[in-house]
Design a binder for this molecule. Structure first.
Ligand SMILES: Cc1cc2nc3c(=O)[nH]c(=O)nc-3n(C[C@H](O)[C@H](O)[C@H](O)COP(=O)(O)OP(=O)(O)OC[C@H]3O[C@@H](n4cnc5c(N)ncnc54)[C@H](O)[C@@H]3O)c2cc1C
Length: 483
């Protein structure tokens, strides 16, 4: 068991910066990350360097920022456990936190009085008939393919959903020589217009977004605003999509004309949901905040949750994006150092002042982005009864409605009735949509629908990692009961 001053779970922008700040202030830090390198979703490291001149996806600002972060971590005293999937975090009787992970060479465990949860966001997909066909992948998964593997998602790709990742993915596919058949955006032009003032508060990012839009327009890729995918069709793999216009609630407009798009790949993402699994697992207080993407931990200004010693930062604590994740991570890392007595009040105030100012300046942009990715109230209304919601356990919308009709009134009851969310992903893919369906049946009260109780394992894990090293001969066998 490795003992340290601070465990940081997640080496994206938030976690890596928290670890660096805490370590810079003198804490002994263990940083746990399931990927092979730091960077998280936005600064994901490529799987292998392409030979010079052969890189199909030339380095962008994000790739350079990721490389710089990895270099800073490598030069720091932070002990990074890469390739380590954390599957359990508990609060042992003696206090603090114990984290167990499945490492590349077997089980790993560490304990510390404080823990920063920086586990990022998960992607939401609003299910439709055919969404489980080969060829249909998450928009976020497409960014992984493009950034880490240097692979195009297909020959003829439709990019659909909502938020800034739409244009980013479409532009990246085009830049790599791929074909984008169409972009299908849930947002209406008026929603983009309404967000434009806040987006203009970060001119460089706005310019980058406009660059993507120009590339898409320059290649005459049709953009269908206020539309969504109604069905994906094909025999063994995706062949075509049917898309239809949306009404103001985000549901399909009654009588709206459908269009058919021929495609062999669909990259779809209907926004992100905060991955607040550690606060949920440890029973920290949560609150539902639609503007932040869903259930988020209650936090103070330094990222402290309601549990002493537990901090939460980055998208896992509420969707704000990469730049706020950096500053929130640094503040939490410094706060952990102050709690441990490594920084006095004056040094802490001086070190965190620029981070707090930067966070405040970034707030309007972050809110506008989260707003564009928010779940629209009508979005789940039109999901057909036979559509699979929980793909791990094959639970359909009709089964969720039947559970409600039989008396299930919140998501944990629905889980017991149907097994929805009980599969290997532990509800990370279906949880938000299932809760929204139940909330709609309750008259829209999302808080009343609740959230799934957090339980280990956080990730699928081999039994050998749970058991660790043991010998059958060492297992005590109780004496048989006398006859
Ligand atoms: C798949 C995906 C792709 C995205 N792509 C982009 C993009 O291209 N551009 C952009 O601007 N924004 C993108 N975003 C949004 C972006 O993730 C955030 O704004 C930003 O990266 C948030 O930083 P973070 O540190 O909070 O989380 P992340 O960057 O998500 O980092 C969280 C880290 O925690 C690790 N982790 C989580 N759980 C465990 C566990 N149990 N064990 C071990 N490690 C764990 C993850 O592997 C990850 O590296 C994407 C989001 C997602 C979900």
């Amino acid at each position: 068991m490795r003992r340290c001053d601070l465990i940081v779970l997640g080496a994206g922008p938030a976690g890596a910066e928290a670890a660096l700040a805490a370590s810079g202030a003198g804490l002994d830090v263990v940083l746990v990350e399931e990927a092979a390198a730091a960077g998280g979703q936005v600064w994901r490291a490529p799987a292998a360097a392409s030979p010079p001149g052969l890189d199909p996806f030339p380095a962008e600002a994000e790739a350079r920022a990721g490389a710089a972060l990895r270099a800073r971590l490598a030069a720091s005293p932070v002990e990074s456990w890469f390739g380590a999937r954390a599957w359990s975090v508990i609060r042992p009787a003696e206090g603090g936190f114990r984290l167990d992970a499945a490492g590349p060479e077997g089980p790993l465990a560490c304990a510390a009085p404080r823990l920063v949860a920086a586990t990022g966001a998960v992607e939401r997909v609003i299910p439709f008939p055919g969404w489980t066909l080969p060829g249909v992948i998450g928009l976020a998964a497409a960014t992984v393919l493009l950034k880490a593997q240097g692979v195009l998602p297909g020959q003829r790709v439709v990019v659909a959903g909502c938020g800034p990742l739409l244009a980013a993915v479409a532009a990246k596919i085009l830049a790599a020589g791929g074909e984008v058949v169409a972009v299908v955006d849930r947002a209406a032009p008026a929603e983009w217009l309404a967000a434009s003032r806040a987006l203009a508060s970060r001119p460089r990012l706005l310019a980058r977004g406009l660059g993507w839009a120009l590339r898409i327009a320059g290649r005459r890729v049709p953009v269908h605003f206020a539309h969504a995918v109604r069905a994906a069709e094909g025999d063994e793999a995706l062949r075509r999509l049917r898309i239809a216009p949306l009404d103001a609630s985000g549901g399909f407009a009654p009588g709206g004309a459908e269009r058919v798009l021929e495609a062999d790949a669909l990259c779809i993402g209907d926004g992100l949901v905060p991955g607040a699994e550690i606060p949920r697992l440890l029973r920290a207080r949560l609150r539902f905040d639609r503007a932040l993407g869903g259930w988020v931990p209650e936090l103070d200004a330094e990222g402290r949750t309601s549990l002493p010693g537990l901090f939460a930062v980055g998208d896992g604590a509420g969707l704000r994006g990469q730049a706020p994740a950096v500053h929130a991570g640094r503040i939490a890392g410094l706060a952990a150092a102050q709690e441990a007595g490594r920084l006095d009040a004056a040094a802490f105030a001086a070190a965190t002042a620029p981070e707090r100012a930067a966070l405040a300046g970034l707030a309007p942009f972050a809110a506008a982005m989260a707003g564009l990715m928010a779940l629209r109230p009508g979005a789940v209304r039109d999901i057909a009864p036979e559509t699979v919601i929980c793909r791990c356990e094959d639970v359909t919308r009709g089964m969720l409605d039947a559970a409600f009709d039989e008396g299930a009134r919140e998501v944990n009851q629905v889980k017991h009735f149907t097994r929805c969310g009980m599969g290997p992903c532990q509800g990370r893919s279906c949880g938000d949509v299932a809760a929204e369906i139940i909330a709609a049946r309750l008259g829209g009260a999302r808080e009343a629908a609740g959230f799934w109780t957090g339980r280990p394992p956080l990730r699928p894990v081999p039994l050998a990692d749970l058991l660790g090293e043991f010998d059958y001969a060492d297992i005590p066998i109780p004496a048989p009961a006398p006859l």
